[in-house]
Structure formats: structure tokens, C-alpha cells
Design a protein around this ligand. Structure first.
Ligand SMILES: C[S@@+](CC[C@H](N)C(=O)[O-])C[C@H]1O[C@@H](n2cnc3c(N)ncnc32)[C@H](O)[C@@H]1O
Length: 602
């Protein structure tokens, strides 16, 4: 098998080549015309005939591979594996009744080579259309769904007149039976796995330019569907809403339309009642990049009704399409999101150095978003996005501004610090997985105890994304800059510091707070590491790299310096073990509270 450019197997006994524009077999150095009897005989002299059932089934399942990979990617043509199709049929029987195959007329308007329909027992009830004539030809050659009506049709462009009306006479491709069923309001099930391609946006995301420029895309732009107009699969849904307003829809797709903030407008327009469904790991599909849930959701649409999506509960299937549990996804108003909880403070006129890491300035000097400070600020909180997807990489606290912390950034002052540490902690403490990574963080629904607040504070101080630091002589834009760390929880004396600390803010802030045993232990073991740092002086290279030119360094600098010493036999080793155990205990105490207090829904 080949993707059209590269062979997947080398050194085979036989090879399929082209000579004078005709396919030929190369066998043992000799060429045979493909159509010739001799070539055919030689072929079966090597291979067993007929192919074993398991190989035959696999080859049939993967007949989509006849289309070159690049082309498939662009058109979002990822086939649905047959073990997943099995689960979809089980779900349809569960939601629509065991006689659904008899009772519904099925239309798959992006059927590719027909994987979704091969298991259907009543092909006369099926209409299958798709963009590529090649795919229709493959289905015919492989005798896929022989009794069904199979035809080429561009669902996002064909039969849409200049006024946005559907007019079948424009192409005359839609079979009479299907037109009649639509007109008579028969029970129609749209069963489909539409392309997932998304158009590029102005922020240069990696979507595909032009891919969403279709007639339906223009209609959606006019009808105020917002961001959804960029998504091919929602373009399918939008046309179905006009053409078959009471269709039952069973669709494979990502879950954006159910819970992503960008799709709020779509959810206001599209009316559908959820009947049931599952999510399956994206890795169950060949060729899809990333780890995320693909939904198979069944909807009863009715564009005249008022029902809109609120909450859906789904079965969860793993990479092998094996059930592993259940999960709910929610459509929540954007004003319930955690990103709306903290007030964003205004910038003042003070110039500050824009950073990309604890002590690393940005290399850019033009079009840098953040170069100003805010009154009374003691740190800057880089906090982008509101879901788990980016929380691991886009949540950090700095002693100067983060260069790209645009709308997602907050200035931290003594007054809002309690809130910042909570947002920081809940966003960093839950690990993103393929299943939860699009879950949205919410404002708490339960009262927050002092213990929870203090635990979050200590957890934040010793987290790897607390990038607060002190340093002199940071160079940016032709000038030298200093940054000051306000987040040291100890006095100079407590940690045997070599010099005085510029800020004692955190020591004062912690004073009088009643800390839990878990938090106290973290502070105690953390102090040992701080002391270990001051017990020796680091090598020049490390000092330069971590800008260790002041005593009031931060947790990031201390941790990294000690790690470097541990690689160098000139220094006595420093164990992090005792600290890590206490930090783990505090982490495990806080994690369930993220759900209990309403920051995430289970
Ligand atoms: C994700 S694949 C699914 C294929 C098949 N249904 C399956 O499940 O294996 C999406 C299919 O939609 C087709 N497609 C893309 N744009 C289309 C359009 N405008 N009209 C109809 N089909 C389209 C692609 O060619 C591709 O075969």
C-alpha cells in the first residue's frame, strides 16, 4: 500500500509500476502488462488466492487509501474505522429503536467510500453522496452498498441559488426518491462523518485557508452564525437545517459545537434535542493528529422549536473503541467562566521589561503587546484561554510582564493576590487528558474556605510555573533592567541568605495566616532547599544563565540552580525527595476540591 508518493514496503517480490502510461507488474526483474493473462498468472503464482478474509476485510475497510494522503488531509477525508461504525450502529439502535434501519431513510451526504453504510442491512433505504466522483467509483468497483443510491454531490456548493435557496434543478443530481422523501417530511436520518477542516483565521491558526469558502459558508456569514461558519462540519449542519429542518442527525465530529465559547452564536441559532451518543479517542481514527474526543452524537432537530443544547451525557470509548465510562459536556454561558472572575487592572505609564521566561526578555522590540506596568502591581499573571487544553503551557506568574499576555493577562496586586493564586492553582493542578482538555473552567459555586485559599497560595509558591524572580542587568531594547521578586516566603535569616532581599511582601502576607499541616510541611521542606541554595555559590555558567546576581532569587532560579549542581560532582547532592512528597500530599488534597467547589464539572 502506498500514500501516492512513498511506498510503505521495500524489497517486495512484485512491484506495480507504470510504463507508457499503463500499469505493469515487475516480477523477478521481468515486466508484465497488468491486463495480460500472463501477468495475472504470474501474480497468483506468488500470492495465495483468494486473499484471506481478514486481509480482504482490512483492504476493503481501507479502500480510502486509494486517495493520496495529502488530498485526504485537505478534504478532511478521514475514514471511520469499522469497529467504531459498529458502536455507532449500537448507539442508533439504543436511541432510535432496534428497527431504525427499516424505519428511517438514511442520507450520508459526505459518505467518502461508504464506511458508515457498509453495515446497513437495508441499502434500498440509503442515499449516499460525496464530493469526489473517484470515491463513488471506488464504491462501485468494490460493490459497496450496491442497492443504495450512490452519487457525486458537493453538499456545500451544489444547488444553492443566488438568493441562498436550495434548487435541485440547478444540478439535477439529487435522486427523485430523496427529493420526494424530503418534500413529504418522511423520517430522515442524516448519518455522517463530515470533514473536520477549519479555515485559517486572522491569528494565523493552522487551519486551511480557503477550505471553508463555500456557498453555505457565505450564507452562514450572512445569517450571523459567527465563528461556526469557518467549520466545514457545521456548514453541513447549517444546510441540513434549511433543507431538512426536522431531520434526525447522527454525526461524528469534534465537540466544539457543544461546549466551546466561540460557538455560542451557533448554539443560539441551531435547535436540536440530544438523544444520546458517545465520544471516542481521536487515535481510534487513522491519520488524525492530537489527542481529543470525537463525538458520535444523535440529535432530533427541529428548527422551529426552542430547544437548544444545555448538557449532554455520553459513553466514553478508548483508542480501541472499548467503553471505559461516561462523561458529561456542558454548554455554559461565557459569563460563568473563570476567565471572567478576576477584574483586569489598567496599565499605567511605567515602562517594564517584557519577558518570555522567568529571566529571559523577549527578543522582539516592535509590536510587543505588554511593556507597561500597573499601579501597585507585584507580579503579572499570564493566563490564556479558559479550558484545560492550554492551562499547562499558558498559566504562569512573572515578576515583570509576560510579552504576549494579551487579553489573558492580569496584574497581581496585594488585594487580588488571593484570587490570582486560586485561578493559577485550579488551572495548573488538574492534568489535561484527551477527554477533558476542552472542559471549561468555571467560577466557584461553593464558598471558599481560608484553608483552601492558603493551601492554593502555598501550592502556587512552589509550583514550576511560579516564574517570579529577581535579577539585575537584563538587557532589552538597548537598556538594562532589574526585576524584583515579591514572592519569597522566608526572611534572609531563615534561609541564611548572602545579602538582603528587596521585598519582604510574602513574609508579611503569610504572617498571621492559619496554615494547614500540609501547607506547613511544604513550607518547611521548601525552606531546606532555599537554605541549600545559599550553602554554595554556583558556577559562572549557571549564574549567567539563571541571572543569579542578587540574593532575592525566586523558586524557579533556586530549583534550576540546585538541579544543575546535582549534575556536577563538585557540589554535594541536594535531595528534592522530602519536598516532593509534601508537595504531592498538598496536590492530592487540593485536586478533588477543584470539582467540589465548582471550578470544573465532572
Ligand atoms: C471524514 S470523511 C468521512 C468519509 C466516510 N463517511 C467515512 O466515514 O469513512 C469526510 C468525507 O467528506 C467528503 N467531503 C468533503 N467536502 C464535501 C462536500 N462539500 N460535499 C460532500 N462531501 C464532501 C470528503 O471527500 C470525505 O470523503
Amino acid at each position: 500500500m502506498s500514500d501516492g508518493t512513498t511506498a510503505t514496503h521495500d524489497n517486495l517480490t512484485a512491484q506495480l509500476l507504470h510504463k507508457n502510461n499503463a500499469p505493469v507488474f515487475s516480477l523477478n526483474g521481468k515486466l508484465y502488462e497488468l491486463g495480460s493473462k500472463e501477468g495475472y498468472r504470474q501474480f497468483w503464482a506468488i500470492y495465495h488466492r483468494p486473499p484471506k478474509a481478514e486481509y480482504r476485510n482490512y483492504l476493503l475497510e481501507r479502500r480510502d487509501s486509494l486517495i493520496p494522503l495529502d488530498e485526504r488531509r485537505f478534504k478532511g477525508a478521514y475514514y471511520t474505522p469499522l469497529n467504531v461504525v459498529d458502536k455507532a450502529y449500537d448507539k442508533l439502535a439504543e436511541t432510535l429503536g432496534k428497527n431504525w434501519q427499516k424505519n428511517y431513510i438514511v442520507w450520508d451526504m459526505c459518505c467518502g467510500v461508504g464506511n458508515l453504510e457498509v453495515k446497513h442491512n437495508y441499502p434500498h433505504n440509503i442515499y449516499m453522496s460525496t464530493l469526489e466522483q473517484k470515491d463513488v467509483d471506488v464504491m462501485k468497483a468494490t460493490k459497496t452498498c450496491v442497492g443504495a443510491q450512490r452519487f457525486q454531490y458537493d453538499y456545500l456548493n451544489d444547488d444553492i441559488d443566488d438568493f441562498g435557496q436550495i434548487d435541485y434543478s440547478l444540478t439535477n443530481k439529487i435522486p427523485e426518491g430523496l427529493r420526494k422523501a424530503i418534500k413529504e417530511g418522511k423520517k430522515i436520518l442524516v448519518l455522517m462523518n463530515p470533514p473536520y477542516a477549519e479555515a485559517a483565521n486572522s491569528q494565523g491558526n493552522e487551519g486551511k485557508t480557503d477550505v471553508a469558502k463555500t456557498n453555505i459558508g457565505s450564507l452562514m456569514n450572512n445569517a450571523d452564525y459567527g465563528y461556526a461558519a469557518r467549520e466545514l462540519f457545521l456548514q453541513f449542519i447549517a444546510r441540513i437545517g434549511i433543507e431538512i429542518p426536522t431531520a434526525t442527525i447522527a454525526m461524528f465530529s469534534t465537540l466544539k459545537y457543544v461546549n466551546a465559547p466561540n460557538f455560542e452564536k451557533f448554539r443560539e441559532v441551531w435547535k436540536a434535542k440530544y438523544l444520546g451518543g458517545f465520544v471516542v479517542h481521536s487515535k481510534a481514527f487513522d491519520g488524525l493528529k492530537g489527542n481529543f474526543p470525537i463525538g458520535f452524537l444523535v440529535w432530533q432537530t427541529n428548527q422551529k422549536s426552542k430547544t437548544s443544547i444545555t448538557e449532554i451525557s455520553v459513553d466514553v470509548l478508548d483508542k480501541n473503541a472499548i467503553p471505559i465510562g461516561e462523561k458529561a459536556f456542558y454548554n455554559l454561558p461565557n459569563n460563568a467562566f473563570l476567565s471572567e472572575w478576576m477584574v483586569r487592572l489598567k496599565k499605567n505609564k511605567e515602562d517594564v521589561i517584557p519577558l518570555i521566561n522567568a529571566v529571559t526578555p523577549t527578543t522582539k522590540t516592535e509590536h510587543v503587546r505588554n511593556t507597561k506596568w500597573s499601579n501597585n502591581a507585584i507580579a503579572h499573571f499570564f493566563c490564556n484561554g479558559n479550558d484545560l487544553q492550554n492551562s499547562g503551557t499558558m498559566t504562569a506568574i512573572f515578576s515583570s510582564v509576560h510579552s504576549i499576555g494579551h487579553a489573558g493577562g492580569y496584574f497581581i496586586t496585594p488585594e487580588n493576590l488571593w484570587q490570582a493564586v486560586i485561578v493559577f492553582s485550579v488551572k495548573r493542578i488538574i492534568k489535561p487528558t484527551w477527554l477533558n482538555d476542552r472542559d471549561q473552567f468555571l467560577q466557584p459555586t461553593e464558598p471558599l474556605t481560608e484553608e483552601f485559599k492558603n493551601d492554593c497560595l502555598v501550592w502556587m509558591l512552589f509550583n514550576g510555573s511560579n516564574l517570579t524572580a529577581s535579577a539585575n542587568d537584563l538587557e532589552w531594547n538597548g537598556k538594562k533592567w532589574s526585576i524584583v521578586n515579591h514572592f519569597i516566603p522566608y526572611t534572609e535569616k531563615e534561609v541564611n541568605a548572602s545579602d538582603s532581599f528587596k521585598s519582604d511582601f510574602m513574609v508579611k502576607y503569610l504572617k498571621g495566616k492559619k496554615l494547614s499541616d500540609e501547607a506547613k510541611l511544604v513550607l518547611e521542606k521548601g525552606k531546606e532547599l532555599w537554605k541549600a541554595y545559599f550553602a554554595h555559590t554556583d558556577e559562572r555558567k549557571v549564574r549567567d544563565e539563571l541571572k543569579l546576581n542578587r540574593a532575592d532569587v525566586g523558586w524557579y532560579q533556586i530549583r534550576k540552580a540546585l538541579q544543575e549542581r546535582n549534575k556536577n560532582s563538585d557540589f554535594p547532592p541536594v535531595s528534592f525527595k522530602a519536598f516532593e512528597e509534601t508537595y504531592k500530599a498538598l496536590t492530592e488534597k487540593l485536586q478533588p476540591q477543584v470539582y467540589e467547589l465548582g471550578f470544573l464539572k465532572n
